[in-house]
Ligand binder design. Structure first.
Ligand code: NAD
Ligand code: MG
Length: 393
């Protein structure tokens, strides 16, 4: 077995830390080439002590200087880089075999494309990068000869439930069914959503995650992004992707075939399981997650999402059926809106208003390059920010 040399983008986040937890269980299989973070110096220093990467990227220059000082004091042979361009460098470096993309938001797009173009095994948790990148992202994967593996638990489940030969998917599969927990407000009266606080929105019943994805789970914009992600990963038309609410988060998603058979993937809700699958595919390794005990399971239930509680879900199909680039506009609006909500500048229900208004205001012009995508992302962010400023006044 040859050792995989790994870059973990966003190593200090929830997915990044879970990735390092799995990696630490298999020192003979994985070696860390690079770790990256935005600003968390203390966490990064602890990861440096444990994993001795050759390179570290801190996007923030000031935090990078602080980290470099501590690394020098320890006399560790670790190079510290700063600035966003260094993310692309550690993602595309010829000595790297695999890249875990665990940055949050469109900020991870350029590094994902760099890894894709350099033919890496690209493990994608950073769903926003694929939502924004769309066909441009897929083309980079094809041209670079990269292997794109989903880490999002639903997409990992679907990938595990599909036949091995991707060219048969379109022909054999009737529908992809994504499960959604429904988040913390599944049973809430829709008329009271305007009173939701950031603390309530971030308290997810089944998963502990970063703040952005926690808010997205509460609005179900996370599922909307996942519908778009599924469309690009698996190539089925949007009309053949469905969402059902399954509050127990045991069935991670399913594939329904033309003969009526349904193949699903089950497990305890622990992101280390899909991470281990991505790291080892097609092998299976210990993930550290608990095995499922069927005799101890709660009753599993499934229901239709309530459009009054989760109006944002429909935006996935609106974006996919709109002109190319519309999903990038939706994503940018949502990133601005979630940030404004977390900073108490807009109400919870106004996240959706911001997304709808921005999709109506910004018409994309078929992006075909990274530069086009970044310009479109920027234009949509400005428009969303203007809307936020108008409604908060
Ligand atoms: P998080 O907020 O916990 O971590 C984000 C990481 O990205 C951190 O290391 C941070 O330093 C880095 N980062 C933040 N902004 C950056 C920027 N502008 N440039 C470079 N680096 C930056 O987020 P998370 O919950 O780990 O989620 C990461 C990604 O994985 C998201 O796209 C999320 O949707 C996806 N995901 C997360 C989970 C989960 O359980 N947490 C599950 C499925 C998918
Ligand atoms: Mg998910």
């Amino acid at each position: 077995m040859t050792q995989q040399r790994l870059t973990v983008l966003g190593s200090t986040g929830s997915i990044g830390q879970s990735t390092l937890d799995v990696v630490a269980r298999h020192p003979e299989r994985y070696e860390i080439f690079a770790l990256t973070a935005s600003t968390q110096v203390d966490k990064m220093l602890a990861q440096c002590a444990a994993f001795k990467p050759r390179h570290v990227v801190m996007v923030s220059e000031a935090h990078g200087r602080a980290l470099a000082e501590q690394i020098r004091a320890h006399q560790w042979p670790i190079e510290v880089h700063t600035g966003a361009a260094a993310l692309e460098w550690v993602a595309a470096h010829p000595e790297v075999d695999s890249v875990m993309a665990a940055i949050v938001g469109a900020a991870g797009l350029a590094a994902c494309l760099a890894a894709a173009r350099s033919g890496k095994r690209l493990m994608l948790a950073n769903k926003e990068a694929l939502v924004v990148g769309g066909e441009v992202f897929l083309q980079a994967v094809r041209e670079g000869g990269a292997v794109l593996l989903p880490i999002d638990s639903e997409h990992s489940a679907i990938f595990q439930s599909l036949p091995e030969d991707p060219s048969s998917w379109e022909r054999r599969v009737r529908k992809i069914i994504l499960t959604a927990s429904g988040g913390p407000f599944r049973t809430r009266d829709p008329d009271t959503l305007r009173d939701v606080t950031p603390e309530q929105a971030c308290a997810h019943p089944n998963w502990v995650m970063g703040r952005k994805i926690s808010v997205d789970s509460a609005t179900m914009m996370n599922k909307a992004l996942e519908v778009i992600e599924a469309r690009y990963l698996f190539g089925l038309p949007p009309s053949r992707i469905e969402v059902v609410i399954h509050p127990q988060s045991i069935v991670h998603s399913m594939v329904q075939y033309h003969d009526t058979a349904v193949v699903a993937q089950l497990g305890v809700p622990d992101m280390r399981a899909p991470i281990a699958y991505g790291l080892a595919w097609p092998e299976r390794i210990d993930s550290g997650a608990e095995h499922l005990d069927f005799t101890a399971l709660p009753a599993m239930t499934f229901s239709k999402p309530d459009a009054r509680l989760f109006p944002g879900l429909q935006l996935a199909w609106d974006a996919l059926n709109g002109p190319s680039g519309t999903a990038a506009v939706l994503n940018a609006a949502n990133e601005i809106a979630v940030d404004a909500f977390l900073n108490r500048r807009i109400r919870f229900d106004q996240i959706h208003h911001t997304n709808v208004a921005t999709m109506a205001a910004v018409l994309p012009e078929s992006p075909t390059t990274l530069a086009d995508l970044l310009a479109l992302d920027e234009r949509a962010r400005r428009s969303a920010l203007e809307f936020v400023q108008r409604i908060q006044a």
